[in-house]
Design a protein around this ligand. Structure first.
Ligand code: KDG
Ligand code: MG
Length: 402
């Protein structure tokens, strides 16, 4: 079998998504997610102009060799654009392999390790009462794991809190939004949020929180220590992770579990974090970390150190990534949890899918491959609409980590 076509489809059903579609001479096709929020067209061009021409004539079954060819063959290794492009090819090839063999992806990977996949949803509020209401709704819907984010008094904007009543979407059209940040106000306030959750709902649900890279290591250590009584499932991205050794400082002071890695694109981004057991959950995703072939490598390495997976799953990764991630999660032995924010209806219409949600758990379904397709006619109704992620500044104007 040979690859005869590779097309890039950019569509905006509620938000921008980039999809790679690979077609074989036997008429089988596979798709992969290539969405990099706010930098979508860079990956689209990398694929269209540099990768797609290389795929024509290749055997779609040579998944590992194609991965190595695109990784080593570019000479310029790693980086989010390169690794997202490679991921899309990889996901599409696994999809084709599933369709050709008539097997769902999780069976190709080695079969199910569990009956279903525990997912966590987002409870967000402008203040504590509103955040608790959203938390209650998630419990009602059957979630066993819930992430909570909340507005901080006297701070203009806070990561993770939606502006209106709609779904949380940080990317904005037009000018880049500038948010403000005060670590002092946040650190004084956020333990009160967790205390309110535990007081009201007890300890039966897994409680998660995203710090979104906002603290320094010693501030993160202070936070982790102060919230130990509330027994979080994880404290996510407490500090930027370029300096992996910086996490030692946090670890020395707290037993609050740490999750890191949604911006990682390679095993090298987390090698020290994993080897030195500085984290508990690795959040790298299929779409940004080189696809199934590479994330499997990261997960296997992490398993040696009892680090579990907690794949990034925001609505800015497409339903294609969600479908493939659920197969991965069903298989991966060291699974922790999967993020699931949901999608706008237009996105679900553009991407018909076999996965299903049931009371806080998900299943990828039994369709061959990853079970997600693209309706190209529907996709064409939603042209690309540029949007940017915000930036954050400290209250004195210093540019900070968003
Ligand atoms: O594009 C950026 C988002 O994916 C990110 O802000 C979401 O931090 C995030 C999360 O944990 O889902
Ligand atoms: Mg996050």
């Amino acid at each position: 079998m040979k690859i005869v076509r590779a097309d890039v489809i950019v569509t905006c059903p509620g938000r921008n998504f980039v999809t790679l579609k690979i077609v074989t001479d036997e008429g089988v096709h596979g798709i992969g997610d290539a969405t990099l929020n706010g930098r979508e067209l860079a990956v689209a061009s990398y694929l269209k102009d540099h990768v797609c021409p290389l795929l024509i004539g290749r055997d779609p079954g040579c998944i590992e060799d194609t991965w190595q060819y695109l990784y080593k063959g570019a000479y310029w290794r790693r980086g989010p654009v390169t690794m997202t492009a490679i991921a899309a090819v990889d996901m599409a090839l696994w999809d084709i392999l599933g369709k050709v063999t008539g097997m769902p992806l999780y069976k190709l990977l080695g079969g199910a390790s569990r009956e279903s996949v525990m997912v966590y949803g987002h409870a967000t509020g402008r203040d504590i009462p509103e955040a608790l209401d959203r938390y209650a709704e998630h419990i009602e819907a059957g979630y066993q794991a819930i992430r909570i984010q909340c507005g901080v008094p006297n701070m203009r904007s806070v990561y993770g809190v939606s502006k209106g009543s709609g779904m949380y979407e940080p990317a904005t059209k037009g000018a880049v939004e500038e948010q403000s940040w005060s670590s002092e106000k946040y650190l004084d306030f956020v333990p009160k949020l967790f205390e309110a959750v535990r007081d009201k709902f007890g300890f039966d649900t897994h409680l998660l929180h995203d710090v979104h890279h906002r603290l320094t290591p010693i501030e993160a250590a202070r936070l982790g220590k102060s919230i130990e009584p509330y027994r979080l499932f994880w404290m996510e991205d407490p500090t930027p992770a370029e300096n992996q050794a910086g996490f030692r400082l946090i670890r020395e002071h707290t037993v609050t579990p740490i999750a890191v890695g949604e911006v990682f694109n390679s095993i090298w981004d987390c090698k020290q974090l994993i080897e030195e057991q500085l984290i508990d959950y690795i959040r790298a995703t299929l779409t940004h970390a080189g696809g199934i072939t590479h994330l499997r490598r990261i997960a296997d390495f992490a398993s040696l150190y009892q680090v579990r997976t907690g794949c990034h799953g925001p609505s800015d990764l497409s339903p294609v990534c969600m479908g493939a991630a659920l197969h991965f999660d069903l298989w991966v032995p060291n699974f922790g949890v999967q993020e699931y924010m949901g999608f706008p209806q237009e996105a679900l219409d553009v991407f018909p899918h076999a996965w299903r949600f049931e009371r806080g758990t998900m299943h990828p379904g039994e369709a061959p491959g990853h079970g997600v397709d693209i309706d190209e006619a529907a996709a064409a109704r939603y042209p690309y609409d540029p949007a940017y992620l915000p930036v954050a500044r400290l209250e004195d104007g210093t540019l900070w980590n968003w």
